[in-house]
Unconditional design. Sequence first.
Length: 732
Amino acid sequence: MSGWDEGGVYYSDQAHSWDDNRGETEAAASNHTILQKFKEFIRNFETGNNVFPYREGLLHNPKFLVIDMEDLDSFDPDLPSKVRSAPADFLPLFETAAAQVLVSLKTKVAGDTGVMEDAAPGDVQVLLTSKEDPVSMRSLGAQYISKLVKVAGITIAASRTKAKATYVTLICKNCKKGKQVPCRPGLGGAVVPRSCDHIPQPGEEPCPIDPWLIVPDKSKYVDQQTLKLQENPEDVPTGELPRNLLLSVDRHLVQTVVPGSRLTIIGIYSIFQASNSSTSNKGAVAVRQPYIRVVGIEDANEAKSRGPTAFTTEEIEEFKKFAAEPDAYKNICSKVAPSIFGHEDVKKAVACLLFGGSRKNLPDGVRLRGDINVLLLGDPSTAKSQFLKFVEKTAPIAVYTSGKGSSAAGLTASVIQDSSTREFYLEGGAMVLADGGVVCIDEFDKMRPEDRVAIHEAMEQQTISIAKAGITTVLNSRTSVLAAANPPSGRYDDLKTTQDNIDLQTTILSRFDLIFIVKDVRMYSQDKIIASHIIKVHASAHATMGENRTIHSKEENWLKRYLQYCRTECHPRLSEAAAKLLQNNYVKIRQDMRQQANETGEAAAIPITVRQLEAIVRLSEALAKMKLSHLATEANVQEAIRLFTVSTMDAAKSGINQQINLTPEMANEIQQAEIQIKRRVGIGNHISERRLIDDLGRMGMNDSIVRRALLIMHQRDEVEYRRERRVVFRKA
């Protein structure tokens, strides 16, 4: 393989001076020395106990060899600096060294076993890995061209595999002489000479200028693919659009990455002439577009390699000490959204969502999600959005979006056509980008129903299936959903039934593990406490802004690190006693709901299904994970059932139900009220609700009886509320 890359200037000087020859000889000698050093490193690098990882690696997998830059540094400190400063020159040498070592190793193995193997030098791809910190995509500039760089991000698009020539075979039209020209790696092309070097015989016609014909079948090729890498959402400054970079991968790195994968890549920062550059730039031969020719990929999709996970011994000691404290659960909940007063159970639910349960893979290939989904529904000004903002800042990976400004494609994935190649490719949406983290969706009720349906699969199966423009694929979206919504009328109305207050389909409701009804309760004592808390928060923030911010950011960072440690190291399972307790409780919950349905004659607004049983299992595991326990105990299950009862169960029973606690006298009064309403309002007419209640009040009817009669008529679809409940319209 040629060591050339874009950006190099090549010229041919026919008159070689003695100094030029001497320089070439010295360069060749230097390259030979480095080649020997690389061969020595592959053969002799030892990790102790007579283990030679690279020698073994070559024999085990002769196609490619992954080299750790730290190992190279410990072997010879001079080599890594050479590779970093001129990777396009030294990596081909490294690959040659690996191929030569492989041949000698195979010959030796054949000599030992007496079985001769094919010992012709093969093409070994050298891949690099390093523990250094990645550089920001925004800081990549001209000073990095032709240097080795390490960048982290999310792949948002992947092209189809193409065949890239390494050597192009040419044939002269005139003398039929053949010639092989090397191609530059990456997105570079081949430099075809203008003239044929054939010396014509006397009387023979000389070869014309540009006589070459390309023979594609006799050229040498490797697989190549282009990827688009976008900045991680957490690295994008507020108000800025995320940047993206073009990547070129070849040989064994092809088709190893799917859109939505988080990657850390090592590559050569290179430049190429874009074919679709605008007409104004056609003459600007000096303007080139940057891309990275990848020479090493680390997949950061698994939780183990997410974020800065190199925990120090002191940190691990501190985490274990914290987890062993009896009130660890209480302490974690106190760190969740400390600026919000009250809402203790919501804070506990948010803590469970951040830690998450255990993901399970069953023998038949089915995957059970471990991520917890929570819905906060209720009055405005009850800090729902503040919870979402807190989770966005605290979760290691989080994407915040608003329902009104989100489409189905923006949440899941979109198919886009490349303007230059006319090729379709996939771009992942919010739920793909947040794979392994949390998606916070505010104004969940303002989403269009068809957009909300798009996330059904993502919330339960944790995948997104795409079948658009000839692309059929499945993307991962292993993410928790924290959603906030208002009831249809803006406020939670206690006079309405649960179905009317929670205007969401049961299909989406059953996918939430916990559903909290957050009400703005008007109580003098509580209002006074909340008012003083808010004033204190504002006053302290103004007086000691710098100090306060430092304390909060320390708390947040500690919680973020503890979260990462627990999610990486701990995967709890239910104990037998806890499983038995859970089984009995689930059967009892189902029995209660069935009994309620029999009494009221209608099904519950929020269905209690097997999904809710799995929700309690996930909550129990999350509670165990907070204490770094590998076993979820009966106490964890009891707390999970309590959280489930105060949220989803209470939500299912909230609001009035017209047939509960109705005495015969009340039923008669409601019937009389219905008759009077029908007399007062003709079919197709409307009246102000306030005026109707006042008119019937003058006839001696109770306000609540009239409201209940209107509600019953509304449920039978005889009347309709308009203008935010202010006007009653009679339909039948």
